[in-house]
Design a protein around this ligand. Structure first.
Ligand code: ADP
Ligand code: MG
Length: 401
């Protein structure tokens, strides 16, 4: 491979820029689609491996391999097509990344993805960096259910693996309830986590390149409905001191992991601005979608830049923004049969950016699209988001009040 040297935009260090022509992407969802859009804007090509031939990313990829994520013949094919490898899928097998690493650099690597995929490893890792996490206990045997400290109640039983969008979670109020819920979950490894009184939820998208350079995006404020992200607004309504602490915690975690790529860290904010790390997503994240229009560089471009060994860009907020997630529910507002929402009424608004993911089958809870509303001020962005939420009948809770 040919290399040449350029100064980096984000610092005065020298970055090695490699000749990467094709990025290999595990996963064909909407995060992958937006990553491909960013790659295409840099003149780079992407090969996707996904079991669904018509997923959001596969529809616009330069090459598609239709196969399971653990099909090693297909992974070997991807290894031939691409120079570097990345993922957009929550539960991509760490083993598949390890296999691909024989063909080229994987960003992130199997080690980081493995930690983020197991809540027990993830919590222990975060704790070891000195960043606080919610009080919890590990449940791996029935005896563990009986030994839980009463201080963890009311609590939430969360499966250690394969949880996302609130799935694999159950409220629990006593040891007996933990035992029943744990057995109902198939007696898999779990944690019981204390349910905390949340002042708000925030997330930090950060990026680290192969040379260890780190760039961090402005903090986003998130509102979840039924365990699924509903609204992200930036700037977050937090003090500059808390924003700085969230950045410091993110830096500690990404540095300790020696992570290469874009990752998101979700935090809980408790009263008195107490900051608790909730979880790590080893990829661009739903709470960073606004970065496409609202920031000087998007989380997706940043991920592509890392894959292509280009200098990281310094992210800054160009405009206040509100991102609204659009789930399958929006198709079923007035009928049991899916009816396409009134996109033209959304498009008629100004400062509103509609991203449709190209999924053919709307289902309740399924992420189908999102809208990013910009404004000259946070209240203008919120006012636009209220109009769009009304058009689409979105439940934004108290987020925009
Ligand atoms: P997932 O992997 O499904 O995103 P999370 O642990 O992030 O799982 O939980 C989803 C949402 O549930 C959180 O964003 C938060 O709103 C709520 N939640 C999770 N854990 C707690 C907790 N310990 N206390 C209060 N709310 C919580
Ligand atoms: Mg979460």
């Amino acid at each position: 491979m040919q290399h040449w040297v350029l100064p980096s935009a984000a610092s005065d260090r020298v970055a090695v820029v490699g000749a990467v022509a094709m990025i290999g992407l595990l996963g064909g969802g909407q995060l992958g689609r937006m990553m491909i859009q960013a790659a295409h804007q840099l003149g780079l090509r992407v090969a996707v491996l996904d079991p669904d031939p018509n997923g959001p990313a596969s529809q616009i990829a330069d090459h598609v391999i239709v196969a399971a994520y653990d099909d090693f013949n297909a992974l070997a094919q991807l290894g031939q097509w691409a120079d570097v490898f990345t993922t957009e899928f929550e539960n991509v097998p760490a083993e598949s990344l390890r296999f691909l690493a024989k063909s080229g650099p994987t960003m992130p690597d199997a080690h980081s993805v493995g930690i983020a995929q197991n809540r027990i490893d993830e919590k222990r890792f975060i704790q070891a960096t000195g960043v606080p996490v919610a009080p919890y206990a590990v449940i791996s045997r029935v005896e563990d259910c009986h030994e839980i400290s009463p201080q963890l109640f009311p609590g939430i039983l969360k499966s250690a693996r394969l949880g996302y969008d609130g799935k694999g979670q159950q409220n629990v109020d006593s040891s007996a309830e933990v035992t029943a819920a744990w057995e109902a979950m198939g007696s898999v490894d779990c944690i019981v986590e204390k349910r905390l009184a949340l002042d708000r939820e925030i997330s930090v998208i950060c990026a680290r390149d192969r040379l260890g350079h780190i760039e961090i995006f402005p903090v986003g404020e998130n509102t979840h409905r039924h365990g699924i992200l509903a609204v992200t607004q930036v700037p977050a309504r937090i003090s500059p001191a808390l924003e700085q602490r969230a950045h410091e915690c993110a830096r500690k975690i990404i540095e300790a992991l020696k992570y290469v790529g874009v990752m998101c860290i979700e935090f809980f904010v408790l009263s008195g601005e107490q900051l608790i790390a909730n979880e790590i997503a080893p990829r661009p994240h739903n709470s960073g979608h606004h970065t496409i229009e609202a920031c000087s560089v998007s989380q997706f471009e940043q991920q592509v830049r890392i894959c292509a060994q280009l200098p990281l860009a310094q992210p800054s907020l160009r405009s206040p923004a509100v991102m609204l997630n659009i789930l399958g529910e929006s198709w079923f507002k007035s009928s049991d049969h899916p009816i396409e929402p009134d996109w033209d009424a959304v498009r008629a608004q100004f400062g509103v950016h509609l991203h449709l993911y190209g999924k053919s089958e709307p289902r309740p809870g399924r992420k189908m699209a999102h809208v990013t509303c910009l404004g000259a001020t946070p209240s203008e962005a919120r006012a636009r988001a209220i109009v769009v939420a009304d058009i689409l009948g979105l439940d934004t809770g108290r987020a925009l009040a």
